[in-house]
Design a protein around this ligand. Structure first.
Ligand code: FES
Length: 133
């Protein structure tokens, strides 16, 4: 779904000396990819997909929550999706230095990582798991 951002810059004068409003529109395009059927990603499982030039881990937490994060730790580029996945707390532990990331927000709960990783919207449509990029 395209999104647009609009910004008005009021207060400038045009050649006639009148105020003018300048509108800037930035349109971005989201891409939807099909990960798998929902039955192929039961609770406690993770699927690694490659899209848009990067790897993304799609995780199924307790209670039906589906979350996706970039498979690259914000500390030192560790392969996050290979880490230990706790479906109850909905976290993954970076296998390289042990930072624990919340899959719902992408934020680290423990050091050494302190910056969040990218997250992506996941939805189920017609029994298929879809990822929004
Ligand atoms: S690379 Fe992930 S905690 Fe260091």
């Amino acid at each position: 779904m395209p999104r647009s951002l609009k910004s008005d810059h009021a207060g400038r004068n045009n050649e006639d000396g009148n105020d003018r409003a300048e509108e800037l529109t930035i349109a971005t395009q989201t891409e939807t990819i099909t990960v798998c059927r929902l039955s192929e990603l039961p609770e406690g499982q993770m699927r690694l997909v490659e899209a848009d030039g990067r790897k993304i881990g799609v995780f199924h937490c307790t209670g039906g929550g589906l979350y996706a994060i970039e498979d690259r730790c914000s500390h030192d580029d560790g392969p996050l999706a290979e880490g230990e996945f706790d479906l109850g707390s909905c976290t993954v532990e970076c296998p390289r230095h042990g930072s624990l990331f919340d899959l719902r927000t992408g934020k680290p709960r423990t050091l050494p990582a302190y910056r969040p990783v990218d997250t992506f919207e996941v939805r189920v449509d017609d029994d298929e798991v879809k990822l929004e990029l």
